[in-house]
Structures are given as C-alpha cells and as structure tokens.
Ligand binder design. Sequence first.
Ligand code: UDP
Length: 239
Amino acid sequence: TQKPGKARRVLLKLSGEMFGGGQIGLAPDVVQRVAAEIAAAVNQGVQVAIVVGGGNFFRGAELSQRGLDRARADYMGMLGTVMNCLALQDFLEKQGVSTRVQTAIAMGQVAENYIPLRAIRHMEKGRVVIFGAGAGMPYFSTDTVAVQRTLETRCDEVLMGKNGVDGVYSADPNVDPDARKLDTLTYSDALQRGLKVVDSTAFSLCMDNDVTMRVFGMGEPGNVTRALLGENIGTVVTT
Ligand code: UDP
C-alpha cells in the first residue's frame, strides 16, 4: 500500500505487555531489543509513528472491577502509557534515533502535545514520533488510538505487535486446539467471529476507513524490523 515515490510511513502499536515483559512495571532489556529493531528500519528510510499501550501498569477496566471509578481508572491507565513512551524514547535515542513524544493529555515538561501536522513533519525529518496517553479519553483503548493516529498522520498501514501469538487465529489458540493461524482476514469476518486479538472498535474504525492492518508476533527476533519494512508476516486484515 506504499504511495509511489513516497517513503513508506507506518504506525506501530506496542502493547504494555511487551514493555513489562509480561509482568507489572518495566522490562528494560525487552524495550532495548525492540528499540534496536525499530532503529534498523528507521535507518533504511521508513517513517515510523508508534502508539504505546499501558497494560503493564494499569488497565482501567480491571481497576474499576476492584472498586475504582471507571473513568478515573482509565486516566490512570493513560498516564501509565506515558512512562512506557519515555522508556522507549530513551532506548531509541541511545540507538542514535531522533524521537519526539506527543501526548493526548498535556504535560509540557515531559512531552509535546499531540499535534498531528507537527507529528507528520517530525516523521518527514526522520524522527520517530511516540504517541502517549491514548486518546486522552476514558473508555477507549490504545488499539483504537493506533488506528485513529494511522488515519490522521496518513500512515500507509497499522502494525499491531503482539506477544504470545504470531497473528490472528480462527479461534482463541489458548482455548481451542483446532485454532489455526490465518494469513488474511476481513474486518467483517473478524467482527462476526468475535476475534479479540484486537478490540472491536479498532477493527470497525479500520473497516469504515479502509485501513490495512497487520497483526504479527514480536517474540521472533527481527519481526519488528520485518513488519516495519513491509515483509509479509503475521496476518493481514483488510476490508
Ligand atoms: N486508556 C483510555 N483511553 C485511551 C487509551 C487507553 O482510557 O484512549 C486506558 C485504559 O484504561 C486502558 C489503559 O489506558 O486499559 C492502558 O491502555 P491499553 O489497555 O490499551 O494498553 P495495552 O493493552 O496495549 O497494554
């Protein structure tokens, strides 16, 4: 889906699970490895925007089941994503990659505000833009924000990096032994089958706006670079 004569520009979604290495808090060794893989693609001229999740710190829905007000818990979740942004920024800069963090909740000492035209300009200059604090709105997920940022900053596709799975399966592979990996899929299929690998709001936003999504596993070393460069790995979801 690369525009002729133009640099490839993609949006990568990194889950909080990746940042925590499957645990609460930060796993610096994992973030460092992923930063090196991103740097490899940036050095080949790919323009990269990144939306960062925060499930390694707080998930609003979980906290609300334990008595917190849902919206306030969601704001805690959004603030968690910003810590992941700063960790990723640090490791990317150490790789020699120039970066900017932009947040949907203003915090001027730490990051720029989300300004889409400025984000595009950063990418044109070879800077990686890291988007934090989700949409700044409770009841949304960072998966959905990834699609929204893909649209608004005119990325060619959205790449959903996953832990534990290497693509979309016909059913939950942890539950159904007959589940098999799909190479391609349509959004209406994903929604009809109730596949939860990406949330339904994100799927439907892609469907309504004709965005191409690739779901891939980050466990295999090199896969983040491969996905950024446009290699055919994981599962491609289209309208
Ligand atoms: N969140 C939110 N609005 C957004 C994005 C995130 O309220 O636009 C909150 C929500 O509580 C969510 C948490 O931030 O549970 C962390 O984000 P997410 O669960 O999407 O991260 P991931 O699953 O990728 O680790």
